[in-house]
Design a protein around this ligand. Structure first.
Ligand code: EPS
Length: 386
């Protein structure tokens, strides 16, 4: 289906830079370049990233769609130059031994390359900086509607955080905000301080061993009203759109919504979120709808805020799993596309763990999907009505 809010990104990891275009933003949303810089910084700074993150400062220029600090309704364009480009301009290192787990081999087979470099350059998670830039504008639009999207890391390489029960993380706003705040202070985006230390140690050990680590994270969107998305067609379902968006993040291999896989082991009576209609307020006008959403109370949120592909007014809760980065300093076995000989996979500078950054990118893509669903419902020339 045609989306109201669309975005495109272009650019290679070591090329001149990334270009992002966001089309469909309403006019009148206040934006700030400092806030956009901070959003990019949140993605970049997680412990476990490679030496590249010290080179790239994620400088950017907004070249269209913003006038005097407000969106104009026209496409927004952002260019993020790659600082490392100058260091790579004269370096042309082919990748002929594909890395297991990377796009190298399937990309080379698909496009008929024996050098996987063009595949690797575009498959690189550097591209996610452009998505975070687009999402900044979507988040500012969602701010107007009181929606807040947060994330935290739950485990890396088996080092798991001790967190409040999932039932609370899925449903209780105070718990969610407390975890989100704590994650912001952790070098690895983990709200459990003790687990943060264990994760840092695990990352150091993996780096020393020439290995890499994956993990899991959770994303919560607070303040999402009922009625976004739709049950009427598969591609309008909000859960399907969110799952696809999160699955599209480099290295993500699994996405759960609400209780996710755990529902498979539950009885129907345990899996769903019972509802109670509270009595009307005394000042409610006569004839108010019997199912006024403000009167509906749920005892739990195992549905993760979505039933039938439609938001139900409860927090939207997602969980995702990230695989370990496929570029290993102690490479796995592979073969050479040019010589046809078996040999270790290509090795080059890379990250050891990207779970924390992936969580920030997940916030971004969730914001883009929810903003799109809002605009679909409300229309979107301008945020100012009348
Ligand atoms: C990436 C490999 C690393 C990451 C890069 C994504 O870059 P390099 O190969 O230059 O060391 O740092 O991510 C970024 C530069 C970024 O901004 O996120 C990869 O192969 O996916």
């Amino acid at each position: 289906m045609v989306r109201v809010l669309r975005f495109l990104t272009a650019g290679e990891s070591h090329g001149p830079g990334l270009t992002a275009i966001l089309e469909g933003m309403p006019a009148g949303v206040n934006v700030s370049l400092d806030e956009l810089r901070r959003e990019l910084e949140r993605r970049r700074r997680c412990y476990g990233r490679g030496p590249r993150s010290a080179i790239e400062e994620d400088e950017f220029v907004v070249t269209a769609g913003v006038y005097k600090g407000r969106t104009t309704g026209a496409p927004i364009a952002v260019f993020l130059p790659n600082k490392d480009h100058v260091n790579w301009a004269n370096r042309d290192v082919p990748i002929t031994a594909p890395r297991p787990g990377h796009a190298d081999l399937p990309g080379a087979l698909k496009y008929g390359f024996t050098d996987c470099r063009p595949v690797a350059e575009r498959a690189s998670a550097r591209e996610t900086a452009a998505r975070v830039a687009c999402a900044y504008f979507a988040r500012k639009y969602l701010d107007v509607h009181g929606v807040r999207i947060v994330s935290w890391v739950t485990a890396v390489g088996g080092a798991a955080a001790v967190l409040p029960p999932a039932e609370l993380r899925m449903a209780d706003e105070t718990t969610v905000l407390r975890l989100a705040d704590a994650a912001e202070r952790s070098p690895v985006r983990c709200p459990d301080a003790d687990a943060s230390l264990r994760i840092v140690a695990a990352i150091d050990a993996a780096r020393a061993a020439g290995d890499s680590l994956g993990g899991t994270f959770e994303v919560v969107a607070l303040g999402v009203p009922p009625a976004l998305g739709s049950h009427v067609h598969w591609d309008r379902r909000l859960d399907a759109r969110l799952a696809a968006a999160v699955m599209s993040i480099n290295s993500v291999k699994a996405v759960e919504i609400g209780a996710g896989f755990a529902v498979a082991d539950l009885m129907g009576s345990e899996a769903h979120d019972e509802m109670v209609l509270e009595p009307p307020q005394v000042d409610e006008p006569p004839g108010a709808a019997p199912a006024d959403p403000r009167r509906i109370r749920r005892r739990s949120n195992r549905a993760g805020g979505i039933e039938g592909g439609i938001s139900n007014g409860r927090p939207i809760f997602l969980r995702a799993a990230v695989k370990p980065v496929p570029t290993l300093q102690r490479p796995l076995s592979s073969f050479d596309l040019v010589t046809g000989q078996n040999r270790p996979a290509h090795r080059e500078r890379s990250d050891v763990c990207v779970v924390g950054s992936a969580a920030v990118v997940a916030e971004a893509v969730v914001a883009l999907v929810i903003a799109d669903a809002f605009l679909e419902r409300l229309g979107g020339d301008t945020i100012h009505r009348g």
